[in-house]
Write a protein that binds this ligand. Structure first.
Ligand code: H2U
Length: 354
């Protein structure tokens, strides 16, 4: 039998995490029935007096937000990491089977807009650029004194987001977390073996292929990665070697804002809902104990992990085989990219349905 990736169950390798994912495309042979729910219009007010992120409002700990006009960042009032703590140390018991590490860090909340009713794809490109600039500034500041700066956004209640006001978070830590540590070592190995960054070679391979491309402009590429696990997972990559956000030129920042607006509009249009996801940037770490300071193997990239599978309310569950065996998906990465490509990137469904 000749292998057909659209028909035959197979595994795909994720070279960043050095893990496999099971793909079962034959299960999607049933016809696509399209969206099953009416497009949600969900009118939120521009300002919500009860929202702890709106300008001028009082937060849970009693602090008052300024009357900010663009973006606004503050120290998380319920930070998961604290700046002060015991001396760095490893505490081990039970022949190493019970090991702990003391850690410090800083957590910030970043409001993307004073408008309570917007999300990134509905914001103007100029306003998305303010968010890009905020990401760049905070990375550059925090990486001076932390091993890792994790910039992320949880969007939508289904992703555990506590408030619909457009916002993200930054957690900076004294240690390299497990996933970035794996991604660092995979890129390092590839760099040593090939002399080029893994994700730059990957971007070039995807540009040559095109079947997984969702959006592309002069500086950036968005693909459903070959090894995607979540149904409509995407990977956002620069087209040249960029180690971190601090290395982006003004033009690259602007075109990043533009491509975000376009492909996030496709996301919202897929099920005519404000598309939930967790997204975040992976980029060069700061000083990490035990690592040399060469960061040339690093390529800046952002992951978008949306949970929705078939409609605004039918999500993929990471259960059973995924928890006990390995990740699995039905719709192939190529099919997902094709569906996203068929949608409008310029007209948001809320504008269309108005
Ligand atoms: P999420 O919506 O992704 O959960 O992020 C909201 C963050 O905002 C959350 O980490 C913080 C929470 O600790 N927060 C404050 O810092 N101040 C508040 O008044 C409420 C929420």
């Amino acid at each position: 039998m000749k292998f057909n990736p659209d028909d035959h169950p197979h595994r795909r390798y994720n070279p960043l995490l050095q893990q496999w994912v099971l793909v079962s495309p034959h299960r999607t042979k049933r016809p696509w029935q399209g969206k099953q729910e009416e497009g949600e219009l969900n009118q939120r007010p521009e300002y919500d007096p009860k929202c702890y992120l709106c300008p001028g409002n009082t937060r849970a700990n009693g602090e008052v937000n300024p009357a900010y006009g663009a973006t606004y960042a503050f120290d998380n009032d319920f930070a998961a990491l604290l700046t002060e703590g015991p001396e760095p140390s490893i505490i081990s018991a039970g022949n190493g089977l019970m090991t702990a590490q003391t850690v410090t860090g800083e957590c910030r909340v970043i409001c993307f807009s004073p408008r309570h009713d917007l999300t990134l794809p509905e914001m103007a490109s100029d306003d998305i650029l303010s968010v890009v600039n905020l990401w760049c500034e905070h990375y550059q500041e925090l990486v001076q004194r932390h091993a890792w700066v994790q910039i992320f956004e949880n969007k939508g209640a289904v992703m555990g987001c506590s408030n619909p006001h457009p916002h993200g978070q930054i957690w900076a830590s004294s240690y390299l977390p497990s996933e970035p540590a794996q991604v660092d070592s995979s890129q390092r190995l590839y760099w040593h073996e090939n002399g080029r960054p893994l994700l730059l070679d990957y971007a070039n391979a995807e540009l040559a292929d095109g079947s997984r491309t969702v959006e592309e402009n002069e500086h950036w590429l968005v693909v459903v990665p070959y090894w995607a696990l979540w149904p409509y997972e995407t990977l956002l990559l620069p087209k040249r070697h960029v180690r971190h956000l601090g290395e982006l030129s003004r033009d690259e920042r602007r075109s990043l804002a533009n491509i975000l607006k376009l492909f996030l509009t496709r996301y919202d249009n897929l099920f005519e809902t404000s598309f939930p996801y967790s997204m975040g940037w992976h980029q060069a770490p700061g000083n990490v104990e035990g690592l040399d300071d060469n960061r040339d193997h690093w390529q800046l990239h952002a992951h978008f992990y949306p949970p929705l599978l078939r409609s605004a309310s039918v999500k993929k569950f990471m259960v059973g085989y995924e928890m006990l065996g390995e990740g699995q998906r039905d719709i192939s990465a190529e099919q997902a990219a094709e569906r996203l490509r068929q949608l409008s990137a310029n007209l948001h469904y809320r504008q269309k349905n108005k």
